[in-house]
Ligand binder design. Structure first.
Ligand SMILES: [Zn+2]
Ligand SMILES: [Zn+2]
Length: 293
């Protein structure tokens, strides 16, 4: 990774303030997400999770077959820390836009009554959409908002687990697949770093891995003629890599041209206009973030 990547939490606040200044259209959204990012980084320092262990035999098989190290449902999380963060994030949502505020108020009331956030966390990890539908219907809230709040509450645990699991990856051996070597999820962002190397960021555990430059991670297409990018003169550090083979897109940040500290979750928010642009042009995202998302 290049040296303008944020490696510690103290820079996150600075990066959020900077982003607010330069992306006024996102100011309100960044107020909400900025608070989440800072709370997540603080939470990370208090987490207690046991590293996930992988037996040698299984590890050999995973390496041989290029399988991801773990399935999503194998992730563990710090329940009390995540439940605390859930309530904090709901409180931030209460002060955000009216739709979020209304849902967050209903969810906080439910937590005060009998809703256990752990049920939502477990349902998210096991892909139990029915549980989300039940809770969303009972509370009369949007399923996607519920998923967003739950995901962001366990995200510090997921990222920490991924950092621990990375020790099982084979050093210096390139990962040629388009999915995350840790959890198997699709990439959410691409970064061009020093000397034009390309790094992909996982949409679930936020692990990053080096990838081929001319390559669609969603269908493994390497045909130059079918890979293009959408570009806008005013944002020289941003582009959208599009694939004419599978009609999917991936947002890309050229960190060599970005004169700022890079915090991947923040880059994801400040590039939402690129998602709109890509969809307008007939391309679909390759990711699915939250239940119902
Ligand atoms: Zn991952
Ligand atoms: Zn493709």
């Amino acid at each position: 990774m290049s040296n303008n990547f944020i490696l510690n939490s103290t820079h996150v606040e600075k990066a959020v303030q900077n982003a607010k200044k330069h992306n006024t259209a996102y100011a309100e959204m960044l107020d909400f997400y900025g608070r989440i990012f800072i709370a997540q980084e603080e939470s990370k320092s208090r987490l207690r999770i046991e590293p996930i262990e992988i037996a040698d035999k299984i590890l050999d098989l995973k390496r041989r077959e290029a399988f991801p190290l773990v399935e999503i449902q194998e992730f563990t999380y710090d329940l009390s820390e995540s439940a605390d963060l859930f309530v904090r994030i709901c409180n931030f949502a209460r002060e955000a836009n009216p739709k979020l505020a209304e849902s967050a108020t209903a969810i906080i009331d439910a937590v005060d009554a009998d809703l256990k956030p752990g049920i939502l966390f477990d349902a998210l990890l096991s892909g139990n959409e029915a549980e989300y539908e039940n809770v969303a219907e009972t509370l009369q809230v949007d399923k996607q908002i519920l998923g967003l709040l739950a995901y962001n509450s366990i995200k510090p645990s997921l990222c920490t687990a991924a950092e621990q699991l990375a020790a099982y990856l084979t050093p210096n051996q390139p990962w040629s697949k388009g999915y995350c070597p840790i959890c198997g999820s699709a990439p959410i962002l691409s970064f061009l770093v020093a000397e034009g190397e390309r790094t992909l960021i996982c949409s679930f555990c936020w692990h990053n891995w080096q990838a081929k430059r001319v390559y669609c991670p969603f269908c493994e297409n390497t045909d130059n003629a079918k890979l293009q990018y959408l570009y806008n003169e005013e944002e020289k550090d941003l582009r959208i890599d599009v694939c004419d083979n599978c009609k999917r897109y991936l947002k890309s940040v050229d960190t060599r041209k970005a004169d700022r500290l890079i915090y991947p979750p923040l880059e994801q928010i400040t590039t939402l206009h690129l998602d709109m642009k890509a969809r307008e042009e007939g391309f679909e995202p390759g990711i699915k973030l939250y239940p119902g998302g």
